[in-house]
Design a protein around this ligand. Structure first.
Ligand SMILES: Nc1nc2c(ncn2[C@@H]2O[C@H](COP(=O)(O)OP(=O)(O)OP(=O)(O)O)[C@@H](O)[C@H]2O)c(=O)[nH]1
Ligand SMILES: [Mg+2]
Length: 427
């Protein structure tokens, strides 16, 4: 009798345990479906053998294979990402209400300019104000290697709805560092002049690229801000922007954004990638596992494919440049001398850094602002966006889906959904 009741209890316990086990398995599988993409990807990649850092590859005998495997892993991880299109992210529209009390982010516009750039910059400012800033009234910082003229200051202050600030660039940030062999640099400029490389013979262009790479974010006027939007002379903003892009960046956890991407002119950066690879070998800790190496390299980091975000438009977090990783990276590049011995641009430097030092989901493609800097246009091909935002551009001019653009690659590697009909704008 006792033995029979024991058997019954034992059977009951086994049955109960089986039920609990089933419940546990079910809850695990549904739980993984609702996990945010980043945690899903990091948990899956942590079980993988390695990440994508070149240094890790260097540790192994089969460098190339490891990198390829890591690249595959990254691709697999990115397929778990959401949302489906860049436009699906959270945006708080304020409409075209110019009486809106203004933006609340610690953010500013920033323009590096010469006094003679004034009237081309005025056109840019006027459009940025009309399309966006008259609603949000963010500050505008102007930087120059010479003092700004009164005309420059008066004219721009009258146009900007926020507070304007004018900064002088310290001489040591706009001159040859002492470790640069200026004769060697002069020989390179002469060679580039003969090869007719654009800006190849210019000293000031090189200072500009070095400054935008390593110093604008350290200017004392920039210290109080967390985000910036870089504006150059002679650009166009094609569409209304009725939401606070800085707030958008913060709320969606974005650190870098772009409107146009394309391959760099290789003659200007012969050793930039080699120098970057050496940096990665020395500092593998700066590369997060879910970085975007596959945007800038098609062979797992062996070579640079030249893809870069066109940095004449940038909305980004200053913390990216202030980070230890980027500060060290810039110093490393600066010491290598390529800003002067070659003609390294701030666009490939920023882009390589963003792709390597950020988790990929922190990089955003703005598909709805409409932008032009000679000679490329970003014009939303979605007719509804163009009409709703009063865009003044032709979809046929949009560069995004053209063969030379790197943005299709950005969509592919991040598993983003392309707008319908993109094929019609590919040629
Ligand atoms: N203060 C200062 N600003 C400069 C100088 N050279 C360029 N800039 C600014 O740096 C930014 C980039 O220079 P751009 O001449 O537009 O360079 P780019 O966009 O590669 O070339 P473009 O196709 O000619 O526009 C712009 O905001 C310029 O106003 C300079 O010597 N001094
Ligand atoms: Mg320009």
């Amino acid at each position: 009798m006792v033995a029979r009741s024991h058997t019954r209890i034992l059977r009951f316990v086994i049955f109960a345990l089986a039920l609990i086990l089933c419940g546990y398995i079910l809850s695990k599988s549904s739980g993984s479906n609702i996990l945010p993409a980043t945690s899903t990807s990091s948990s899956s990649s942590s079980s993988s053998k390695d990440g994508i850092s070149v240094d890790e590859k260097a540790k192994s005998e089969s460098k190339n294979d490891d990198a390829k495997e890591a690249l595959q892993q990254n691709k697999a991880d990115s397929s778990l990402q959401s949302p489906a299109t860049p436009g699906d992210l959270k945006k708080e529209f304020v409409g075209s209400n110019v009486n809106f009390q203004g933006g609340t982010e610690k953010a500013t516009f920033v323009s590096l300019a010469r006094n003679q750039d004034l009237w081309e910059l005025v056109k840019s400012i006027r459009q940025v104000e009309d399309r966006f800033n008259r609603k949000f009234k963010y500050d505008w910082v102007f930087l120059n290697d010479e003092p700004f003229s009164d005309e420059f200051k008066k004219t721009t202050t009258a146009l900007v709805s926020g507070t304007t600030k004018y900064g002088l660039i310290p001489k040591e940030q706009w001159s040859f560092p002492e470790w640069i062999d200026t004769e060697k640099a002069a020989r390179v400029r002469q060679e580039m002049r003969e090869k007719k490389i654009i800006y190849g013979d210019s000293i000031s262009y090189r200072h500009m690229c070095r400054y935008e790479s390593g110093f604008f974010w350290r200017h004392e006027l920039m210290m109080e801000y967390e985000y910036y939007w870089r504006v150059e002379p002679s650009i166009d903003i094609y569409c209304d922007i009725d939401y606070d892009v800085f707030k958008f960046m913060r709320e969606n956890n974005k650190a870098y954004s772009f409107t146009i991407s394309l391959p760099e002119y290789k003659e200007t950066i012969p050793t930039l990638w080699e120098t970057t690879r050496n940096f990665m070998k020395e500092y593998p800790q700066y590369l997060p596992e879910n970085n975007m190496m596959d945007f800038i390299s098609d062979d797992g980091g062996l070579t640079y494919n030249g893809c870069h975000f066109w940095s004449n438009f940038e909305i980004a977090s200053l913390s990216l440049w202030r980070s230890e990783a980027y500060t060290k990276y810039f110093e490393y590049l600066d010491k290598a001398g390529g800003f002067f011995y070659e003609r390294w641009g701030d666009a490939p430097v920023h882009s390589i850094a963003a792709a390597l030092f950020l988790p990929r989901d922190k990089i955003h493609f703005f598909d709805d602002v409409g932008y032009f800097h000679v000679p490329f246009h970003n014009c939303p091909i979605d007719q509804q966006i163009r009409q709703e935002r009063h865009c003044m551009c032709k979809a046929q001019d949009d560069f995004t889906w053209k063969g030379y653009s790197c943005t299709p690659k950005f969509f592919t590697i991040n598993n983003l959904k392309r707008p319908s009909g993109w094929e019609n704008y590919a040629n």
